[in-house]
Design a protein around this ligand. Structure first.
Ligand code: KG4
Ligand code: ZN
Length: 385
């Protein structure tokens, strides 16, 4: 009989996901029901619709995850669920279901921070690689960049045999990087979610055509902060570039072509990006390429500077934006140049999934850190100090 089987459940945003992972390293199943079609007409996640879709999907998704893993409820050792951060109503669907299941099966319940989950998406696959190659590729402390639709955070992750600690050493002051991708895509009349559209269109434009710049934000010095804390803080800001793109479209009278494109895409839902290229002129493709280059370079510069300042021994990059091809290429090139080990999750584990939740739950299972029956959603749950 298999042991150390954890069922992970994730419902923090617009994916209903369930996975069975053994001992935090062996993924037996990983099922994700995406709500892209539901939210696409609105160009963003509609919280009420997300909750309703989670309710509809949770039972079949969990059933599929158990079926693919070839295990039954009785074989599970624990149920893990995302506690936050995320949309409160969406989180509650997963939490209520997981609590009921844990109670009915008399199995422990484990609460997982979604951001810790994203970090474990990388650690899970690195552990699988290490088992195959008999070689540990990552060293600690590791600097983890979690960059998604809701988050842009830097954590210094330390390993203490079977558990992990995190220090929050960077964050965005306004929009998350993925949010900027989504908002810029929306204002340019591209499809939803915007990140994959910009990723696919950017290689067709000139990334140096439009010079965007980012403010280098100095942390406010509070007297009680030590000099070291202030030096270690990294701040991102992505709302300015969205406004700069909007201004560019206004100054260059692009609204008619944007409206035309938006209309055409509404008439062809689900169309592939490569089949839409005749809807773009050179100026728009240059704008898209320049936007992506600017965001990727800002993330890259600040992340590597933080890694150096903090003496990180390796770099982990995860979250939906970590799926971006230009980001991967430019981060890997700089990591190679600096001799810093770097790791990304596979594309399937970059965006929201439940394998990462089950993997992050394993050290908590070993340490018997179980959730109480009063567990509830924490929409603004923070990770680390
Ligand atoms: O991690 P995730 O699935 O959900 C959150 O926790 O937010 O990330 C979704 C975000 C969206 O903003 C989406 O546009 C972005 O990740 N994204 C990308 C790419 N794929 C997804 N951004 C840039 N390039 C991509 N290839
Ligand atoms: Zn996420």
């Amino acid at each position: 009989m298999l042991d150390g089987l954890i069922l992970g459940i994730e419902s923090s945003c617009d994916e209903t996901a369930a996975a069975v992972v053994r001992r935090g390293t062996d993924t037996l199943s990983n099922v994700v029901a995406s709500q892209i079609a539901t939210h696409s007409p609105y160009g963003g996640v509609v919280p009420e619709l997300a909750s309703r879709e989670h309710l509809r999907n949770i039972v079949p998704v969990v059933r599929a995850a158990l079926g693919e893993a070839g295990v039954g409820f009785a074989d599970l050792d624990a149920i893990a669920v995302t506690e936050g951060p995320g949309l409160a109503g969406a989180l509650l669907v997963g939490i209520s279901y997981a609590k009921a299941l844990a109670f009915a099966l008399n199995k422990p319940l484990i609460a997982v921070n979604h951001l810790e989950g994203h970090i474990h998406a990388v650690l899970l696959e690195q552990a699988q690689l290490a088992a195959q190659t008999h070689h540990e590729s990552l060293e600690f402390p590791a600097l983890a960049l979690v960059v998604s639709g809701g988050h842009t955070h830097l954590y210094l992750a330390k390993r203490h045999s079977e558990s992990w600690t995190y220090r929050n050493v960077g964050r965005t002051l306004d929009d998350a990087a993925g949010e900027a991708f989504d908002k810029v895509a929306k204002l340019l009349g591209l499809g939803y979610p915007g990140g994959p559209w910009i990723d696919a269109l950017a290689p067709h434009g000139n990334p140096n055509a439009v010079p965007f710049s980012f403010a280098q934000i100095k942390p406010k010095v509070h007297r009680k902060n030590s000099a070291k804390t202030v030096a270690a803080s990294t701040f991102f800001s992505f709302s300015g570039i969205k406004t700069a793109v909007l201004r560019y479209t206004q100054v260059h009278n692009m609204s008619a072509s944007i409206q035309h494109r938006r209309q055409k895409l509404l008439e062809h839902p689900g169309i592939r990006v490569v089949d839409t290229l005749d809807l773009f002129d050179e100026q728009t493709l240059d704008l898209i390429a320049s936007f992506q280059r600017a965001v990727v370079d800002d993330l890259r510069r600040k992340t590597f500077r933080a890694a150096e300042n903090l003496g990180a021994a390796s770099l982990l990059v995860s979250g939906g934006v970590a799926a971006n091809r230009e980001l991967r290429v430019r981060f890997i090139a700089e990591a190679v140049e600096r001799g810093l080990p770097i790791a990304f999750p596979s594309l399937a584990l970059s965006t929201d999934n439940a394998a990462m939740i089950a993997a992050a739950a394993w050290p908590k299972f070993v340490n018997k850190e179980f959730a109480s029956e009063t567990l509830t959603a924490d929409a603004a749950l923070a990770l680390g100090r």
